[in-house]
Write a protein that binds this ligand. Structure first.
Ligand code: ARG
Length: 459
């Protein structure tokens, strides 16, 4: 058991306790961040005269060599080490001798792990923002190709008013755009370096905290050392952001599942993104969308776990915080994977434009437009609403659409109706007339803005 402590102990740690406490099997993912942090710390110690230039060169060279060994697979991150920090210090000391024991001067694992997690999450924010950018590009191209693909818009899962596929996907574009912006704002708000906080009360060495912060790409160092080692708000904000992204992915999945049903048939999933049944040969199931919907619960779980873990912790560091890692890593893998799969599934899917247009024509999705027609002819909207309501009833009795109802039936309800009513309630008219900002008739502007957003934020 390679541990960084033991001087005051007279007995070996119990095996079960050792296994329970050991975090190497999961915090090994912080290897690169730990190396980066240790190099910056050593540079700063040398500049402050706490390490000699030779010691610093040995340490920095040793850390680079250790990383090369791990990257090449020559050295595996495993074995009897308590955590990734012990693994690195022990292997560094094996490689460069006593200088390796100097790297921890003026540092505690408490500020070290806080730094590693911040760096890790910052890296992942950048990676996930890029994944979201890719997903947004796929959505934008669907919007671009489907400005005239009519479909019913729903409220309460009832046909409400006609929209277009471009407009429907425009709503998801906004959701994922906000997700991306939310992540970036979390990055900005939390970009301060905890290194130098020590165990909780700083150190007696003359550290230059601003220098380490700058070397590691932070905007500054944290103001309070006790907060520095015990703050996990950035983990919680990050998980919250992933949970919201998963909620959006899950809503879209739910729509895809509905659209893929035998009743709707709005979408045809590509064979590469669907699965079959072991017993029913006819099946083509939307398992990927269902799994994305299902995995949303896991990410919510991570957020709730972390909130619960933190809620009773007195200042400053407590080992409970080690629990942040596995659930954060799992939430990252899950969300990243789901974003990528959603992009692939959408990119390969075909939308059934005829089926969607036909669905628009049933269900009286143009009833509001018929009422608006009467308003244009001078009738107050509330009266027009009543007239059209009665006409809908007539259609239901006659089993026909408003588009096919004879003019004399219209005229029985109001003399304001003329033969131009049919043009006024045609699908294309219903969409084209809705030109308020953000409406389906103003989709060109919406698409222009979406495109400008993606162009200006190219990764
Ligand atoms: N593995 C710990 C964590 O993830 C970091 C080590 C700090 N441990 C300690 N006993 N002070 O939070």
């Amino acid at each position: 058991m390679a541990q960084l402590w033991g001087g005051r102990f007279t007995k070996q740690t119990d095996e079960l306790v050792y296994a329970f406490n050991q975090s190497l099997k999961f915090d090994r993912r912080l290897f690169n961040q730990d190396i980066r942090g240790s190099k910056a710390h050593a540079e700063m110690l040398a500049k402050q005269g706490i390490l000699t230039a030779e010691e610093k060169d040995l340490i920095v060279g040793g850390l680079d060599a250790l990383k090369a060994k791990v990257d090449s697979g020559e050295l595996k991150i495993e074995g009897e080490y308590e955590d990734i920090h012990s693994f690195i210090e022990a292997n560094l000391t094996d490689m460069i001798g006593d200088a390796g024991k100097e790297v921890h001067t003026g540092r505690s694992r408490n500020d070290q792990v806080a730094l590693d997690m911040r760096l890790y999450i910052r890296d992942e924010i950048d990676a996930i923002a890029e994944e979201l950018h890719d997903l947004l590009s796929v959505i934008l191209s669907i919007m671009d190709r489907n400005r005239e693909t009519f479909m019913p818009g729903f409220t309460h899962m009832q046909k409400a008013q006609p929209v277009t596929l471009a407009h429907h996907f425009g709503a998801y574009f906004e959701m994922f755009r906000r997700d991306r912006e939310r992540l970036l704002s979390i990055r900005e708000r939390n970009n301060v370096c905890p290194l130098g906080s020590g165990a909780l009360a700083g150190t007696t060495y003359p550290l230059d905290r601003d220098m380490t912060a700058e070397l590691l790409g932070f905007d500054g160092s944290c103001e309070n050392s006790m907060d520095g080692v015990s703050d996990r708000d950035y983990v919680i904000e990050f998980l919250d952001s992933l949970a919201i992204t998963m909620m959006h992915l899950s809503r879209l999945s739910e729509e895809i599942i509905t659209w893929n049903s035998n009743e709707y048939q709005f979408i045809d999933l590509d064979d590469t993104y669907a699965t079959g049944s072991s017993i029913m040969p006819q099946k083509k199931n939307p398992d990927i969308a269902e799994l994305i919907r299902g995995k949303t619960g896991r990410v919510y779980g991570a957020l709730l776990s972390m909130l619960t873990t933190m809620k009773g912790l007195p200042l400053a560091y407590d080992k409970d915080m080690q629990e942040d890692k596995e659930l954060t890593f799992d939430a990252i893998d899950t969300t990243k994977g789901c974003i990528r799969l959603m992009a692939g599934m959408l990119e390969t899917s075909k939308f059934n434009a005829d089926r969607m247009a036909r669905s628009c024509q049933g269900g009286f999705a143009n009833a509001t437009d018929a009422a608006d027609y009467l308003v244009r002819k001078g009738m107050p909207f509330r009266d027009a609403h009543g007239v059209i309501g009665r006409l809908v009833l007539t259609c239901i009795r006659k089993n026909c659409r408003m588009d096919d109802l004879p003019l004399e039936d219209y005229r029985k309800e109001s003399p304001l109706f003329d033969s131009d009513i049919y043009e006024a309630i045609a699908l294309k008219t219903c969409v084209d007339r809705r030109t308020t900002k953000g409406a389906p008739g103003a989709i060109d502007e919406e698409i222009r803005n979406a495109k400008a957003y993606l162009d200006n934020t190219e990764a």
